[in-house]
Ligand binder design. Structure first.
Ligand code: GLC
Length: 490
């Protein structure tokens, strides 16, 4: 009898996103660093995650929190050294954790040596001003004047992030080399930043005005245009094939494609999975969440994500009372799921810095990880943290470790249990609650509403959001309070 091909390691993986600047400082300068990440890997391993994804730690003037890369194959001194990166990869592998790095292929920092030494690698206007009406993601036009040459260059994001010209062979070859470099050092894959911006209209035509609200929320004013020419060109596959070639067939490629899931198909020809952003943005309401899951599932191989370093954290988005329900949802969906550092302890947003340090208001989602309530700055640093350490409703990780009914305990239990869930997902019709079956044996029911609601009939509880009220083995209740949910036997 032919045996089914073995599923890739990432098929139902839990990937833990580390934002290195805010995870753990080892040097006392108030910013997290790679040795700090290595020192905290046991926390990630105990959670049961399969892999870590690190947001950029490359040399960077930090105009965009590290997504303005001034050197692709090195480590910014604030984060450590290349040797620290090697040590981190080894330490993760020792714990059975795979490692994904973040590659930012669309643009460099304006301080990347290429911008002066190889200006031809970027996109320039042939006019004495902007080439067209395109708008940048975080506000303003996407063309700025280079003081040095007096010429105008394209930037899909901040002016400090000039876009590379992905129609050029030298750009493609250089970026494939970057992926090769890190693969040779042992990483297992990459999260590919903003790849819907790699390929634009070759004629750089104007974007037409938008005919309605954007399919996915935007940070800046670019939503006033229908961005049909400034991103997502039909020949995107040519660029992605180059990234795949550099990474090799065994590497996991996760695409950050900020498009509706229905438009992911050309990307999924080359990357293994793409984030499904509908779920990250869906209103916390049973029908909307169901539709978001359906659109992601229809798209094929999507990675589920409920929060990241760019958007409000879960208590701020879905409400503090729904943090556990969000964990139950994310961790019982089939397919890979990404957990942003701090979500596993229910961290909320905090105060950001003023512009120009933080122009798009995203600092609020990037506060230092809360480790130990008894230690200065929550155990994050012995120095002055770059963003204040903020308290967490249920206590820091150490306190939650000691509490079997903590949010952290819930995450850990669900990560372990998801391996026992059968394949596929089938919605169960229920009014007010979101309910679905996983394989023949399990059912999930979650009350996303503000009022008590009726759950479908189920057998014994396997894990509920609130273990004290609904312990494992107890019969599944027919009524769920707001924010409550269970994974139960059918
Ligand atoms: C991605 C990153 C975001 C960054 C942008 C530009 O969306 O997640 O943080 O600002 O790309 O690189």
């Amino acid at each position: 009898m032919p045996t089914a091909p073995e599923a890739p390691w990432w098929r139902d993986a839990v990937v833990y996103q580390v934002y290195p600047r805010s995870f753990q400082d080892s040097g006392g300068d108030g910013e997290g660093d790679l040795p700090g990440v290595a020192a905290r890997l046991d926390h990630v391993a105990r959670l049961g995650a399969d892999a870590i994804w690190l947001s950029p730690f490359y040399p960077s003037p930090m105009a965009d929190g590290g997504y303005d890369v001034a050197g692709y194959t090195d480590v910014d001194p604030r984060f450590g050294t290349l040797a620290d990166a090697d040590a981190l990869i080894a330490a993760a592998h020792d714990r059975g954790l795979r490692v994904l790095f973040d590659v930012v292929p669309c643009h460099t920092s304006i301080e990347h040596p290429w911008f002066r030494q190889h200006p031809e690698r970027y996109v320039w206007s042939d006019r004495d001003g902007p080439q067209n009406n395109w708008l940048a993601s975080f506000g303003g036009r996407s063309w700025s004047c280079d003081e040095g040459s007096g010429r105008w260059y394209l930037h899909s994001f901040y002016p400090e992030q000039p876009d590379l010209n992905w129609r050029r062979d030298d750009v493609r070859a250089a970026m494939a080399d970057v992926l090769r470099f890190w693969i040779a050092r042992g990483v297992d894959g990459f999260r590919l930043d903003a790849i819907d911006r790699l390929m634009k209209d070759p004629e750089l035509r104007d974007d037409p005005p938008a005919s309605g609200p954007p399919a996915l929320p935007e940070h800046g004013g670019c939503a006033s245009l229908d961005m049909r020419h400034s991103r997502n060109a039909p020949d995107i596959g040519d660029a992605l094939a180059v990234l795949r070639e550099g990474a090799g067939d065994d590497a996991l490629l996760v695409g950050e494609v900020y498009l509706p899931a229905a438009q992911l198909a050309p990307y999924l020809e080359h990357v293994d999975v793409a984030f499904a952003f509908e779920l990250l943005h869906a209103p916390w309401e049973a029908t909307a969440v169901r539709e978001a899951i359906e659109s992601g599932s229809d798209a094929g191989r999507v990675a589920w994500v409920l929060s990241n370093h760019d958007f409000p954290r879960l208590p701020d988005r879905v409400g503090a009372g729904n943090v556990r329900a969000a964990a139950l949802l994310a961790l019982t969906l089939p397919g890979p799921v990404f957990v942003y550092q701090g979500d596993e302890i229910g961290m909320a947003d905090g105060p950001g810095r003023e512009p120009p340090d933080d122009r798009a208001g995203r600092d609020r989602h990037r506060h230092p990880m809360r480790w130990d309530d008894d230690a200065p700055h929550g155990g994050f640093t012995s120095g002055e943290p770059w963003l204040p350490a903020i308290e967490v409703h249920g206590g820091g990780a150490a306190a939650q470790e000691r509490d079997a009914d903590s949010v952290l305990a819930l995450y850990r239990d669900l990560v372990a249990l998801r391996r026992e869930l059968g394949e596929g997902l089938e919605f169960v019709d229920a009014t007010g609650v979101l309910a679905y079956r996983r394989g023949p044996g399990h059912v999930v029911a979650i009350n996303l509403g503000d009022e008590p609601a009726t759950a479908p009939a189920a057998g014994a509880i396997v894990r509920a959001t609130h273990a004290r009220r609904l312990p494992a083995g107890a019969p599944a209740p027919r009524e769920l309070a707001s924010g409550e949910g269970f994974l139960a036997l059918v």
